[in-house]
Design a protein around this ligand. Structure first.
Ligand SMILES: N[C@@H](CCC(=O)N[C@@H](CS)C(=O)NCC(=O)O)C(=O)O
Length: 271
């Protein structure tokens, strides 16, 4: 079988993320099987860092799956967690698990009010079921002009819908304190540079003062995105941009179309 094109991607985290990896290289009962480049991993990684939970970081390439990963997760996806010698996977599930399993570790991720908690889960789901698919349809669009504009519009609509749900003041989704929703959506927000880099016309969020009737919504989005980009945990789990470039380059041209379709059908993500 031909090897997956991402099987030879850069082998390890770089920049500030490399320092975080280094700080978590010693043996711990809680193990994170990770790919440095993966936004689903970053969700979990952010929460481990935010909550200061002791963990061991183990870098694997999920496109060249080692036996150690397959033993824990037969689908061989990252993130995979080993907890008390037992496996756990699916980033959203792991994030909530960490909240439940380490109750004394603050930051608290979900409000105790049942309605607010459920509302947070709706917006976590919105990220997975609406924002991420629209992100990929836009990144992979091979058309130019109207075809590309339509995918851009569709993606920006999901961001606006999300921004309208945020607390008015912010900067985070629920207000002054960050919550699960911020960490579930954040990894894609800090990858938006890929559109300016690879797509004609760029990401297309209007500049300040040029948002027309959406001016306030974009101002709120920008406040949130800036707060996320500035957050220590986000910076310390992000590698140097030059190593993400070849991955997104591949997804932004047509060579990865069929992989994305296959991955989406089987519930897998792509970087
Ligand atoms: N639904 C999974 C998606 C995880 C995922 O797709 N990770 C990618 C890397 S970004 C992966 O492991 N891909 C390997 C493969 O597709 O075989 C989650 O939320 O954890």
């Amino acid at each position: 079988m031909p090897s997956h094109p991402d099987s030879n991607l850069h082998s390890n985290a770089t920049g500030l993320a490399a320092k975080t990896v280094e700080a978590h290289s010693s043996e711990q009962p809680l193990k994170l099987y990770s790919g440095w480049f993966c936004p689903f991993v970053q969700r979990v990684w952010l929460i481990l860092e935010e909550k200061k939970i002791p963990y061991q970081y183990i870098e694997v390439n999920p496109y060249n799956k080692p036996e150690s990963l397959l033993k824990l997760n037969p689908r061989g996806l990252v993130p995979t967690l080993q907890y008390d010698k037992k496996p756990l996977y699916e980033s959203n599930v792991i994030c909530e698990f960490l909240e439940d399993a380490y109750p004394d570790h603050r930051t608290k991720l979900l409000p105790s009010d049942p309605y607010e908690k459920a509302r947070c889960r709706i917006w976590c789901d919105f990220c997975t079921s609406r924002i991420i698919p629209a992100f990929h349809r836009f990144l992979q669009c091979q058309e130019r002009g109207e075809g590309l504009d339509e995918k851009r519009r569709e993606f920006l609509e999901t961001l606006k819908e999300f921004a309208k749900e945020m607390d008015g003041e912010g900067p985070y989704f629920l207000g002054r304190e960050s919550c699960l929703v911020d960490f579930v959506v954040g990894p894609w927000a800090v990858r938006l540079w890929a559109f300016d880099h690879f797509k004609e016309g760029g990401l297309g969020i209007p500049e300040e003062g040029k948002g027309g009737e959406d001016e306030m919504v974009w101002a709120r989005w920008n406040k949130w995105a800036t707060a996320m980009g500035d957050r220590k945990s986000v910076q310390e789990t992000t590698s140097d941009r030059e190593h993400y470039l070849p991955i997104y380059q591949r997804y932004a041209n047509d060579t990865a179309q069929s992989e994305l379709a296959k991955a989406t059908r089987s519930g897998r993500g792509v970087p």
